[in-house]
Each structure stands twice: as structure tokens, then as C-alpha cells.
Design a protein around this ligand. Sequence first.
Ligand code: 5CA
Length: 159
Amino acid sequence: MPEELSASAQKVQNALTELGYAYRVQELPHSTRTAVEAAQAIGCQVAQIVKSLVFRSKHSNQAILVVASGSNRVNEKQLAASLGEPIERATPEFVREQTGFAIGGVPPLAHANRLRTFVDEDLLQYSQVWAAAGTPFAIFGLEPAELVKMTGGEVTAIK
Ligand code: 5CA
């Protein structure tokens, strides 16, 4: 049987279970803190790693979640244009306050606040992707279409 999950990973597992998913959070012996490390730990392509990136809108001070393919860089100018206001990368403090998780383990769900979310269309081409599950050692695998459902996100070109 797997070991008990850490508190943050268990929070993600509970949220998945409450939504009716059978996905299982796994804590790995190797770091999954970055997309590259996660891909190495799992043995998948970097593009199959789901990055959960938080931005802050500068005028309305809203948290924006971008759920991006691990190999894509977010086009911040385009994101700002679609929001109609400038944005910036969130500070570690803002990320923790809005999501309840620290950078490196931010999952796509189970956040402290409800975040407006954009999902990278490039993720949808894979049969399976892997997302952070609360800590820099925890991940879960899922079908990318479920990312759209669990986040209520808008599918968009983000790169
Ligand atoms: N567990 C992995 C794979 S699922 C993970 O969480 N990757 S991630 O890309 O979603 O989270 C790391 C990201 O946090 C980095 O890509 C970077 O965009 C962001 N980040 C890292 N350090 C900082 C920082 N000091 N301030 C703001 N954002 C940061």
C-alpha cells in the first residue's frame, strides 16, 4: 500500500475524490518541482507536464491561473490583451494566498480561492498529462479534457 500522503497532497486527493475522479495522487522519491524534473521523474515528455502558473492583474488585483503545457512559455502580452489589463507574474506570497499552495506544487484545483483560468490548447493533444498535486514531490495523471472541466477554464492558445 502507498504511504500516507503529506497534508497538501491529501488536500488535492480529497478534492479529486469529491469531484468523483478516481485519479490517484502519487508522491515520488524524486523532485517534480519543475516541469523538466517532473517529466524525468515520471518518464514522459515535458510537454505532457501541466504547469499551473499564477498571474496577477495589475488594476483589478485578480489572480489568473494559466494551466500550460510544460514546454510552452506563456505569452503574457496576449494574456493581458485578452484580459483587457496589464498582468504580472504573481509573487510567491500571492500564489500561496490565492491557491493555498507553494510554488512548485500548485495544483490545477483545490485552491483557496476560485481563480479565473485559461487552459493551454496544446495540452489537449495528449491522451494523458500530469499535474502537480500540492507539493514538489506530488503529481497525478489525468486526461487533459478533465482539466478544462475541473478548472472551469477557457481553452486558449497561450504561447
Ligand atoms: N510541480 C511542477 C510540475 S507540475 C510545477 O509546479 N511546475 S510549475 O511550472 O507549475 O511551477 C513552477 C513555476 O513557478 C515556474 O515555471 C515559474 O513560472 C514559477 N515560479 C518559480 N519561481 C517563482 C518566483 N520566485 N516567483 C514567481 N513565480 C515563480
